[in-house]
Design a protein. Structure first.
Lengths: 173, 331
């Protein structure tokens, strides 16, 4: 539990009997901000001073920006169960003089990115039972796809729960 | 007039054999070095150890010579923290220039110590080869030295678990390490990338002479004097001792009216940041004493202490006595 008296330029932590400076480089000050983010007013005796609330809000915003960027980058990776279709892109690589049209015309080149096939949805796992001396083969969901889908779901949850102000900040709206 | 000059004969074969000196690879490298700077780097001359208190000389927080329980993220000897994942039942002991971790009940997790390295600017540790080395003794082959720099380094070095002393070394590439990133070295009984591992009751690790340096080669441990090491430690932790005969004084300025007394105490070493302040021991609370002081203002160079034994009249003063003020600016 924290409190800040008007007479002192420090925050008092009654849990650890400790005075904490208002200094972002101090690790206990960062713990105060974390407590405000996690518990809100419950961690403070009396009102949270405005400058501390503002610092906690700024820290939370920065954390959400980082989480949103990381989650977005994860979702931009292709889905292992879907793969990637072949794609091509034509770009201008230079210009030549067209004698008949009496004008410069573009020279283009087409780059083809080959398709990436989706992974097999299931794989066979063979196990051996030493007691019965039998080999059992069973078909299970591809663990790579399972892990990929779990990570994508977690990333999507982060994006869904990100405040619009954070999304706008990152997306440059 | 003709002058005849004679020179002694030279046996060329003999001279060539004299050049065939018994120098090793390191000696040859020294001879091939083109500048004194190259030679300086080859022998690892100058200040090398980036870690502070690598030989565990300084212990301002207290005496850990008796085994005490190992907690998670708990600073003990200066600059070193204990780490304990999964609430393992284990102890730590500090003896002369050595730290021992001991598993007292079997469990699965990790027990280790770490030291965070302060990154002063974005160039200091970015894109460098560095080498960590330590003397380690253990009966567990999961005893290892490892590095965390924005994630666990994929490489680490394990002890054989033979129960003897081994000098473990680990060379790694730092990658991008900028201010605010975590850069720490980790030593203990631990899994690859700090995965939990089974640890038997009675497993132990003893650690001495830990060194982190630039370059791909582990050079001999750099010994520093106690005074020098203490000053380096005080950047991160200091104590103000008001026990025994040590008296502090807080005063109430004339004309300020009655109220609590204050005083300004400068630190012997500038701290990394403004420190947190706590106290230990029992401060005297008779009428001439200020009771347990509190931190009115904290900066990285000084603290203004306030007495808390009731208001005193303007121009008056009180002693601070009986306990210690602890100042923590650790990473």
């Amino acid at each position: 539990m924290f409190n800040k008296s008007e007479e002192e330029n420090t925050i008092y932590c009654s849990t650890h009997n400790q005075w904490i400076p208002l200094n972002p480089a101090n690790r206990h000050y960062q713990e105060v901000l974390d407590a405000i983010i996690a518990e809100g007013a419950d961690c403070f005796t009396g009102d949270i001073p405005a400058e501390l609330q503002a610092a906690a809000d700024a820290k939370l915003f920065a954390q959400q920006v980082e989480a949103y960027k990381t989650a977005s980058a994860r979702l931009e990776q292709y889905q292992l169960s879907v793969g990637v279709p072949e794609s091509s892109e034509t770009i201008v690589t230079g210009q030549v003089w067209n004698e008949e049209a009496f004008e410069m015309e573009d020279v283009t080149e087409t780059f083809v990115t080959p398709a990436i096939e989706p992974l097999e949805a299931t794989v066979e796992v063979t196990s051996y039972d030493i007691d019965t001396d039998t080999t059992i083969t069973e078909t299970v969901p591809n663990p790579l796809i399972v892990k990929d889908d779990e990570e994508r779901t977690a990333a999507q949850d982060i994006i869904n729960n990100t405040p619009q102000a954070v999304k706008d900040h990152v997306d440059g709206v | 007039m003709a002058v005849k000059i004679t020179k002694p004969e030279i046996n060329v074969r003999e001279k060539l054999s004299e050049l065939d000196k018994p120098s090793g690879i390191a000696g040859e490298a020294m001879l091939r070095a083109e500048t004194p700077q190259e030679q300086f780097n080859l022998i690892g001359a100058g200040r090398r150890n980036i870690l502070i208190n690598g030989d565990f000389q300084v212990s301002q927080r207290g005496d850990y010579s008796s085994a005490s329980s190992l907690s998670e993220a708990d600073y003990f000897v200066d600059r070193w923290r204990t780490r304990n994942s999964s609430s393992m039942t284990a102890t730590k002991t500090h003896s002369t220039r050595k730290v021992t971790l001991n598993q007292t009940s079997a469990g699965t997790g990790s027990i280790r110590i770490d030291q965070k390295v302060e990154i002063m600017d974005n160039e200091q540790y970015t894109d460098k080869y560095m080498t960590l080395s330590a003397d380690v003794k253990s009966n567990d082959s999961n005893a290892r030295i490892a590095v965390y720099h924005q994630g666990w380094d994929p490489n680490n070095t394990q002890h054989s678990g033979s129960g003897g002393w081994e000098r473990l070394t680990l060379t790694f590439w730092t990658g991008t390490l900028v201010t605010g990133n975590e850069f720490s070295i980790q030593i203990g009984i631990d899994g690859d990338s700090s995965a939990n591992v089974p640890i038997a009751a009675g497993a132990y690790i003893e650690i001495k002479n830990v060194q982190l340096e630039f370059g791909k080669v582990a050079t001999p441990f750099e010994h520093r004097s106690y005074g020098e090491e203490l000053a380096l430690c005080q950047r991160y932790y200091q104590t103000m001792d008001f026990t025994g005969p040590h008296l502090g004084v807080v005063i109430r300025a004339s004309g300020a009216g009655s109220g609590l007394p204050y005083n300004y105490f400068g630190f012997p070493v500038t701290m990394r940041s403004a420190p947190s302040l706590s106290t230990s021991g029992t401060f005297n609370s008779g009428s001439e004493y200020a009771g347990t002081p509190s931190g009115y203002e904290l900066t990285n160079t000084a603290v203004t202490l306030r007495g808390n034994n009731g208001n005193i009249s303007a121009g008056g003063s009180q002693f601070i006595r009986g306990g210690s003020v602890l100042l923590d600016a650790e990473l």
